[in-house]
Design a protein around this ligand. Structure first.
Ligand code: DC
Length: 454
């Protein structure tokens, strides 16, 4: 993982100009997240969808594909195959972006993309919620501000140079309106992260701001990179499982609940068979009793349901923590169906303990070891968490391959769910769950999944 710099602040504070300069100076990749919200806004505007109408915006999201490409150091935004980097810079799209960005599903839609880019590079990422939500563990967090009048002044000059006819008063009104939208929305509002350094650029020149922020970044980056060896030596095992007993399998669930659960399951199967060309393979590998771990690749939000429909015993799911910030009804539904949150990449002890509790209670546990959905159908490397839980719990691990016809789940399209042979507790035995053994175990599990994806 490289150095992550989060640069947040209100519209027109100069974030993009400054971030670009710093990125060029320090050799980082500059990620302009506003461009992602802008391209969604552009799509909605061009389809005649009002940007603040979540009931129309949300169903349109699956038709939007946004990608970022970097050519000669500059970011290009590709919307459904078209380079829209210039088209998204109009005042109309600015206002529409501010509106779509208040819709929680739009934020969730862009979340993984932003995290994936950050995980791969030394980056400076600008936006509104980078230090608070997208990269809460960023190495450096800067909150860049300036008075609304100064920001309007700068934006006005920029627009004039482009030949835009907007007046100063209009630009100021827009800035004040967008500040209000961005700070008052319910999901991920613009606010300074507690550990961010605030830089007020009102009476600073561009060069001064660049110098000041670069110095903060360089100091933190040097600290992070320098003591790498020392840290390695001092590193203690992250999690201690010496007291955790293997799961006691064979616990029976309440038969009345099971009865109603299975009626519901058959109804949903019926509905899904109408909606999709749904096929199951290797169902004989699905144990009839509970306390099993299903480890699956991840293509779409419906995957947990596809897996559960093949199991008589209700499943529980480890779901990324961000999903629990989505709309209340969605959160209520996923919790009802056994989802519990995990903070990815952090050795989330609470999530691991919850997994053991659920397995001990006789329910199955579904894990998506990749931690996020794959957009191109390829199976990623997977996190070691799955190996750790399997090694300590000593429950059979059933590999699952989810296969969609095409990139996304679509009405009447083929969906094939393949269950592989269970990996037995004997195969999962490790003497101590050290990093080397866990990596090997993860490879065994991930290879079994990969074999089922074709
Ligand atoms: O930074 P910008 O002006 O290009 O951003 C356009 C809009 O997108 C802005 O009004 C707020 C929104 N945005 C957001 O909500 N979160 C981000 N991380 C980036 C932008």
């Amino acid at each position: 993982m490289g150095i992550n710099v989060a640069l947040d602040g209100p519209s027109g504070a100069g974030k993009s100009t400054i971030a670009k300069r710093i990125a060029a100076k320090l050799g980082y990749v500059y990620v302009d997240t506003g461009a992602l919200y802008r391209s969604i806004a552009l799509y909605m505007v061009s389809e005649g969808i009002p940007a603040d109408d979540s009931e129309k915006v949300v169903p349109a999201l699956p038709s939007v594909k946004v990608e970022l490409e970097y050519r000669e150091g500059s970011q290009h935004v590709i919307l459904n195959g078209e380079d829209v980097s210039d088209k998204i810079r109009t005042p109309e799209i600015s206002m529409a972006a501010s509106k779509v960005s208040a819709i929680p599903e739009v934020r969730t839609f862009l979340f993984d993309l932003q995290r994936d880019i950050a995980a791969r590079n030394d980056i400076i990422m600008d936006g509104r919620d980078i230090g608070t939500v997208v990269l809460p563990d960023a190495d450096v967090k800067i909150f860049l501000t300036a008075t609304p009048e100064e920001r309007a002044n700068r934006r006005f000059k920029e627009l004039q140079e482009k030949g835009d006819p907007s007046t100063y008063e209009e630009v100021l009104k827009d800035i004040i309106q967008r500040d209000y939208n961005d700070t008052h929305r319910e999901t991920a509002p613009l606010k300074k992260a507690e550990d961010a350094v605030e830089v007020d650029s009102t009476s600073m020149t561009l060069d001064e701001v660049v110098e000041h922020i670069s110095a903060i970044i360089e100091e933190k980056a040097a600290k992070k990179k320098r003591p790498a060896e020392k840290v390695k030596k001092e590193r203690k095992p992250l999690l201690d499982f010496s007291d955790v007993e293997p799961v006691k399998r064979g616990k029976k669930l309440n038969p009345i609940r099971m009865f109603f659960y299975n009626i519901l399951r058959y109804l949903v199967i019926f509905g899904f068979k109408i909606a999709y060309n749904l096929k199951y393979e290797g169902k004989e590998n699905v144990p009839k009793d509970g306390s099993n771990i299903f480890a699956s690749n991840h293509r779409g939000y419906v995957d947990p349901v596809f897996i559960s429909l093949a199991c008589r015993v209700p499943n529980t799911f480890m779901a990324k923590e961000e999903l629990f910030h989505a709309n209340k009804f969605f959160v209520w539904i996923i919790k009802k169906f056994g989802a519990f949150p995990v903070e990815r990449g952090k050795g989330d002890m609470q999530a691991i303990n919850t997994s053991f509790e659920k397995l001990n209670s006789g329910r199955n546990l579904v894990i998506f070891p990749e931690g996020t959905r794959s957009h191109d159908g390829k199976v990623g490397r997977g996190k070691t968490g799955v190996a750790l839980i399997a090694a300590v719990a000593q429950c059979p691990v059933i590999p699952v391959g989810i296969n969609y016809e095409g990139e996304k789940l679509k009405f009447r399209k083929k969906v094939v769910i393949r269950f592989g042979k269970p990996i037995s507790p004997e195969q999962l035995k490790v003497t101590t769950p050290g990093p080397k053994e866990l990596k090997l175990l993860r490879a065994t599990i991930m290879d079994a999944i990969v074999d089922l994806v074709h």
